[in-house]
Design a protein around this ligand. Structure first.
Ligand SMILES: C[S@@+](CC[C@H](N)C(=O)[O-])C[C@H]1O[C@@H](n2cnc3c(N)ncnc32)[C@H](O)[C@@H]1O
Length: 496
């Protein structure tokens, strides 16, 4: 294996680390990951693993891209996909907050963030606010010059891959995410935390976990003992098990607990911009067709200054509880939430009152948000994605059904926003090409222009041209698949 000079330099720097001596290769992989998260990237670094058949499906999907009257070649589509997979493996280097403007002001949250950051004896990272999107605050991670303690500790805690990904984005470790912890660790002990890459670690592991299957994510301080997490004292099993102090992605561990529930929310930037693109106005009647957990629902209510009506529909009953508690915490008093299947939300009755609940008469809503179920491949960082081909293929038919209801429920002149948190062509540009062909009364609006009016266009790129979408049309779509956000897609229509 040929190592770059930077990796060699890093290895020398970390040569005290336990696992270097024990397993050189694993150590190198971990260093590569450190580099990956610090944006020193080469094409061979690709941590996110899909099943082979899913990768093949994605390669076919990316061949639909047609930049200059010709589809991408096999090699070009593979290159594009590889680039995106590499990007997905990577951790965004910032924390994004949405201030709930119903209860709170940006300055108050800004002040609390600074206070929370002061507990570190490190420079305060850059905190950005945006005059045109007053509810948005972005806190950068520490830059590479800030030294963290990433030395491997004697004791290790193993967490599941999802928990590992959350840690990389600045979360502490909650007890349900812990898979393995040695006996005898006390509250206050410093430990190294590893994510289980292979999903092979048994819950309750006591011994050291196979080094090849784990990824070092950082160091932290034990808050719950092994006995409290896995023993009979079940009252602790939902609390914080390890508070993280130093993580390889250089993200500070400040979360939305800096203020009471509902005052501020950790939300991905494209999700915040999505509700902004919908642009709901006070006094309007707005439908959020796939609402739980309600992050966009509560944002929509805030943008409407709690004037008008927001109908929030969620199909899955046990997600409704979280939706309702978010609505309450965020004081989103204009929201009416229902457990219902949005594909069946249209009825033949004319002029049925909104307050009677679903199904609704056609053309009942001024604006509709369809932020529907999708393959969710836009999450960052992803370490391992177990999605199957049949799951991947299941979303397009459902998205089309939901889209059909959305168009029927929208009044002429009304606005429809379609969004996903995935990167596939089929669920994004593919749905838009189908919709434009199926519903001639829909007109695409430029999301880019909307983002430009908010001075936020630098965070996004345009959509891909494919069969059924001209370049002019795809330029009106908006993709988040290059910048330091998560993968996301937004399209906006007006119904004629
Ligand atoms: C991407 S999530 C929505 C996230 C939400 N908009 C937010 O920002 O918090 C999609 C949601 O749609 C729900 N869903 C799936 N099929 C549905 C249907 N037929 N009708 C209503 N909701 C559905 C899922 O249970 C899931 O909670």
């Amino acid at each position: 294996m040929i190592l770059t000079s930077k990796v060699c330099e890093r290895i020398t720097h970390f040569s005290k680390c336990k696992y270097i001596c024990e397993d050189f290769l694993t150590a190198v992989e971990n260093f590569e990951y450190i580099y990956l998260t610090m944006e020193v990237i080469t094409p061979k670094h690709r941590l996110l693993k899909f099943k082979k058949e899913v990768l093949d499906e994605l390669k076919i999907d990316f061949k639909k891209i047609k930049p200059f009257d010709q589809h991408l070649s096999e090699a070009e589509s593979e290159e594009k996909l590889n680039k995106i997979i590499l990007w997905l493996s990577n951790t965004p280097k910032n924390i994004v907050y949405r201030v709930n403007t119903i209860l709170n002001r940006q300055q108050v949250v800004h002040h609390r963030i600074v206070e929370a950051l002061k507990k570190y004896t490190r420079p305060i990272p850059i905190i950005s606010t945006f005059p045109c999107v007053e509810e948005l605050i972005i806190v950068n991670g520490w830059d590479k010059s800030v030294e963290l303690n990433l030395e491997r500790q004697q004791y290790e805690v193993i967490v599941d891959a999802a928990c590992g990904a959350a840690v990389l984005r600045g979360a502490h470790i909650y007890a349900p995410g812990v898979l393995g912890m040695p006996r005898g660790l006390k509250v206050g002990d410093i430990v190294s935390v590893y994510a289980d890459l292979e999903q092979a670690c048994k819950k309750g592991l006591v011994t050291e976990y196979d080094k090849k299957n784990k990824l070092f994510v950082g160091n932290g301080i034990v808050q719950l003992t092994r006995e409290q997490i896995f023993g009979h004292e079940t009252e602790h099993t939902s609390g914080i098990a390890v508070t993280m102090t130093d993580i390889i992605s250089h993200i500070p561990q400040i979360n939305d607990n800096i203020l009471p529930k509902g005052y501020v929310l950790l939300q991905n930037l494209p999700s915040i911009l999505c509700s902004r693109v919908l642009d709901p106005q006070p006094g309007e009647t707005v439908l959020d067709m796939c609402a739980a957990p309600g992050n966009k629902t509560t944002h929509i209510a805030a943008l409407m200054e709690n004037k008008g009506v927001v109908v929030a529909i969620e199909k899955i009953k046990n997600k409704l509880e979280r939706l309702n508690s978010n609505i309450e915490n965020f004081s989103a008093t204009i929201v009416k939430a229902y457990c219902f299947d949005s594909t069946k939300a249209v009825c033949d009755a004319e002029e049925k009152s909104i307050f009677d609940g679903p199904p609704y008469s056609k053309e009942s809503f001024d604006r509709v948000l369809l932020d529907g179920p999708c393959s969710a491949l836009g999450q960052r960082p992803q370490i391992r994605n177990p999605i199957s081909v049949s799951q991947l293929r299941s979303y397009v038919p459902l998205q089309r059904k939901l889209f059909t209801s959305a168009v029927q429920l929208l009044r002429p002149g009304g606005t429809l926003v379609y969004s996903t948190c995935t990167i596939t062509i089929a669920e994004n540009e593919g749905i838009i090409a189908w919709a434009l062909k199926t519903f001639p009364n829909l007109e695409l609006r430029s999301v880019r222009e909307k983002l430009m009016s908010m001075k936020m266009e630098k965070f996004a790129t345009v959509g891909y041209t494919i069969d059924g979408l001209t370049t002019e049309q795809s330029d009106k779509l908006c993709r988040f698949d290059e910048n330091d956000t998560v993968g996301f897609f937004i399209a906006c229509f007006i119904k004629r």
